[in-house]
Design a protein around this ligand. Structure first.
Ligand code: F6R
Length: 242
């Protein structure tokens, strides 16, 4: 795994955007694997900035998102579809028909997830996958467990994740208890992965991720097995390593 330790959140965001921009410039019809949450907001802002300066063209770019709450309607201001529109898609020249976020309203999650994986395969996998990390080491919503699933699936969120995400909702009770998430298979099909982390509350998860051991009880540690992963974290998230 490659490692970039940035001074602060803004530097982490700029480093991540630089890598994303390179992928888009080298392959204008690339497939981006995207994440939501508070961590990548700055990276998306940098990409919008580059677009506004005429440095990036998203007209041929396609995207697939990692996950979405279930159930949730796309208009809900905490849905990941809303997040993506607000932070990136509405601010650049991407064709929204080429942007895919799991459908938090689907009636048959199993059938939806199968079709989502087939779509990712039909697109040829992602050229780059952006990941955040949970305090418990989850990636996407692949929560720590004795087994992890290969394909996209419906999963229960852990108490820790519901608690961590309650800050975005009126109360913890309002956080959906389930999510649709890419499994480890589609994540690992990405040709390149960047994992972003900032803040001391991610320090333990980053320490485990970089420790060179692999355990499904800390899903991010599996990234050790992927040939092209760059961890980009700020000094706070890096503070327990060494
Ligand atoms: C979001 C996702 C999650 C988040 C993680 C960290 O699409 O897949 O794994 O990346 O929960 O969330 P933040 O960035 O809000 O700390």
């Amino acid at each position: 795994m490659k490692l970039i330790v940035a001074k602060n959140y803004d530097e982490m965001s700029a480093e991540a955007a630089k890598i994303m921009a390179e992928v888009i410039k080298n392959k204008p019809d690339c497939v981006l694997g995207l994440a939501t949450g508070s961590t990548p907001v700055g990276m998306y802002a940098c990409l919008v900035d580059m677009y506004n300066k005429g440095e990036l063209d998203f007209s041929k770019v396609k995207s697939v998102n990692l996950d979405e709450y279930y159930p949730i309607v796309p208009e809900h201001d905490q849905s990941y579809r809303y997040f993506m529109n607000y932070n990136l898609f509405d601010k650049v020249n991407i064709n929204k028909e080429n942007t895919f976020v799991p459908d938090g309203t689907c009636a048959d999650p199993a059938a939806f997830c199968k079709a989502y994986d087939e779509r990712i395969d039909a697109m040829g996998g992602t050229d780059i996958q952006v990941l955040g990390i949970g305090r418990n080491g989850h990636i996407g919503f692949n929560e720590p467990d004795t087994e992890l699933l290969y394909g996209t699936h419906l999963t229960d969120l852990t108490e820790d994740t519901i608690d961590a995400n309650a800050r975005f909702f009126a109360s913890a009770n309002d956080v959906p208890k389930q999510a649709l998430t890419m499994g480890m298979g589609p994540i690992f099909k990405a040709r390149k992965i960047i994992l972003l982390a900032n803040g001391v509350n991610k320090a333990e998860a980053i320490k485990q991720t970089l420790a060179g051991k692999v355990s499904t009880l800390c899903p991010s540690t599996l990234l050790t097995l992927h040939p092209d992963v760059t961890v980009i974290c700020d000094e706070d998230a890096y503070s327990l390593v060494k």
